[in-house]
Design a protein around this ligand. Structure first.
Ligand code: SAH
Length: 456
């Protein structure tokens, strides 16, 4: 045991929580040594038990709360609540928004060293429940019946539930219905250890504006017994279904989707609208999960781009062209880049669907395609990026710095990588003018931001 640490395993100590971790645990500091304690909230005083001691941090368990945070709310103690992916459910929505906004401010100052940037109050939802338009739910077996729900933390046990508090009711209903039908038809669940059994995941996606539902069955085997009956029952019991897709994942892996996808019934895509723009969404494409807040976020991106109709815009990490087509309404020309070929097919189809002829799309890595365009003499007046959590590739940031678009609009799902990248762009001649946090994922620790940078 390292004697220099201020706590020892099995100690009972009194603490005051100062902060929250990225997965929503309370942080208390003992002589500077951080202890992470699930369910503790900033400002609360509590007795905790130290259950694990590492070199740089420890883990504790909440034993008794002496003083409660005004933001603490009581939650039902059901499994759905505990395992439903809602890390911040024990905090009132007002408290969640405050925490997220603070997090953005702290990270931009600490990592980004951005001192005088205007960070706006976070834009939250009027109703922060049942907002997700998509679920991917693992399927298992218990007592001879299929179960579908959430993995218990750090385990492979699936808790059966249809109570997700953040998914749209149509999505919850679809997952449960498909599970019941599979159960009735005797279709077996995939078993990880033996790598036997058939159904691995049920995915459902719902177009909130159109009322169209897609069901994706993800199986280990190419064949599903009673396939016709299965399709027939899904169609009969879920009247909103417009597309039933089969994805085969025969590997031993935690990755959900496999490589082979085929249509079992209906259309290959479902449709949805964001604002006035119509989108076709196929089974494998990324599509934002919170349709209400997506509109808020894209409106902000459009406002920051402040287009006059003369500009050439590049939309890096464009997915199925959602932001690109939003911008194309106001730009002379938009070029979208995205690494998933199916998403680019969707993007092209979406441009045609909306009669937009001023948007072009290319498959490839943004950090490869955009430098190539630049070398060929193609530059943008406005550049939009919306990268995954790891942020932009350094090569892309360097190209932006050389290309010198007048404005960069950075849409980010991870404040830490946003801050890192803003610092690089600032050092390369850009100034971050404004950052707008948007709550796309209520009840979870995730926070989205839209930032506006100007060439100085
Ligand atoms: N702007 C879109 C998608 C954002 S998600 C929307 O709002 O819907 C990020 C997207 O980046 C995903 O579609 C992912 O497939 C894509 N992506 C990941 N790495 C990439 C890379 N290196 N180059 C281009 N696209 C990438």
């Amino acid at each position: 045991m390292n004697r220099t640490l201020p706590v020892t395993k099995n100690d009972y100590i009194d603490v005051v929580f100062e902060d929250l971790t990225h997965d929503g645990a309370g942080v208390a500091k003992i002589d500077g040594y951080p202890l992470f304690i699930p369910n503790g909230l900033p400002g609360e005083k509590a007795k905790v038990k130290v259950i694990k001691v590492n070199k740089s941090y420890g883990i504790g368990k909440l034993i008794e709360l002496y003083e409660k945070s005004p933001y603490r709310v009581e939650i039902a103690k059901s499994d759905a609540h505990k395992y439903g992916g809602c890390q911040l459910e024990h905090i009132s929505y007002e408290g969640q928004l405050k925490y997220k906004e603070n997090q953005v401010r702290q990270v931009l100052t600490r990592i980004g060293k951005l001192e005088d940037v205007k960070i706006h109050p976070i834009l939250g939802m009027d109703n922060p429940w049942h907002y997700r338009n998509k679920a991917q739910v693992p399927v298992g077996e218990k007592d001879g019946k299929l179960v579908a729900g959430f993995f218990k933390p750090r385990s492979h046990e699936i808790v059966d539930t249809n109570e997700s508090l953040i998914q749209l009711p149509e999505v919850n209903e679809a997952v449960q219905m498909v599970k019941d039908i599979c159960s009735e038809l005797g279709i077996s669940a995939y078993h990880e250890e033996s790598h036997k059994g058939v159904i691995r995941h049920i995915m459902a996606r719902y177009g909130k504006q159109t009322g169209e539902l897609m069901v994706v069955l993800i199986t280990r085997t190419t064949d599903i017994s009673h396939k016709n009956k299965l399709v027939e029952e899904i169609v009969a019991r879920l009247p909103k279904v417009k597309s039933i897709v089969h994805n085969v994942n025969s590997k031993r892996t935690n990755v959900i989707l496999g490589e082979k996808t085929n249509l079992l019934w209906g259309n290959e895509v479902i449709y949805d609208y964001i604002g006035n723009v119509k989108f076709a969404i196929s089974a494998l494409s990324f599509y934002q999960v919170n349709p209400v807040q997506t509109k808020v976020l894209y409106d902000k991106a459009l406002e920051y781009a402040n287009l006059s109709g003369e500009e050439t815009v590049i939309d890096a990490y464009c997915g199925i062209g959602t932001i690109s087509l939003f911008l194309a309404q106001k730009a002379r020309k938009v070029f979208g880049v995205e690494v998933v070929p199916e998403a680019i097919e969707d993007a092209k189809r979406n441009a045609a669907l909306n009669g937009m002829t001023n948007a072009d799309f290319a498959v490839g890595e943004a950090e490869v395609v955009i430098p190539k365009w630049y070398k060929e003499g193609n530059a943008a007046d406005v550049l939009v990026v919306d990268p995954p959590r790891k942020g932009c590739d350094e090569a892309l940031l360097q190209t932006i710095i050389e290309m010198k678009p007048k404005k960069v609009v950075y849409v980010s799902c991870n404040p830490a990588t946003l801050a890192r990248d803003l610092r690089i762009l600032e050092d390369g001649g850009y100034k971050t003018l404004e950052v707008q946090p948007v709550d796309m994922f209520p009840q979870t620790t995730h926070v989205e931001c839209c930032a506006l940078l100007k060439k100085i």
